[in-house]
Ligand binder design. Sequence first.
Ligand SMILES: [Ca+2]
Length: 186
Amino acid sequence: MEILFTLLLGLAANGDPAAVNPGFEQLDERTGKPAGWSFTSLPDKPHLVAYDAMVIAAGDQKSHAIAISVAADHPDQDVAYNVHQDLQGMTAGKTYRVTAQVQTRGLTTAPMIVIQCLDAEGKKYLGFARSPEKQLAGDLAQWEQVETRITVPEGAGTVRLRIGIPAKGNAGGTAILDDVTVAEIE
Ligand SMILES: [Ca+2]
């Protein structure tokens, strides 16, 4: 897995930009979670959220998505839970469209894509974009696309992609994410 992972990073750096493991199909042998992604949680309360590789099709068509489940007894506080990774092969001055497919179960807000551009030291925020906030009247039972666009600023050393949900209003709910795409648009 480590070798494959390095290979994917290398390819991404040399060609078109892409997220690593964008369809959440490669699972880490040790954790059982999708490789190439990190998962946020409160350091002292990791039980308030669960990130699970979810089988969305079985048999020959077996495939996975990532499910983010907020604990039913989550306190009403401002914390966001997201899967994230640093995108490789992004060029300053270029504009990219980033999309993901989402479904929801029991959420009041749709999952959002957030892009953060940091300086070479990884400390200062140089740019930011996110998909629109969307209140949900009911579940997104079918796949729906969320998207945002980012023009990478000069001096950006890191372009961090996050996809997830706030805990507020979403206790007991689950976001299901799949098929992340990154494409240059100009
Ligand atoms: Ca998938």
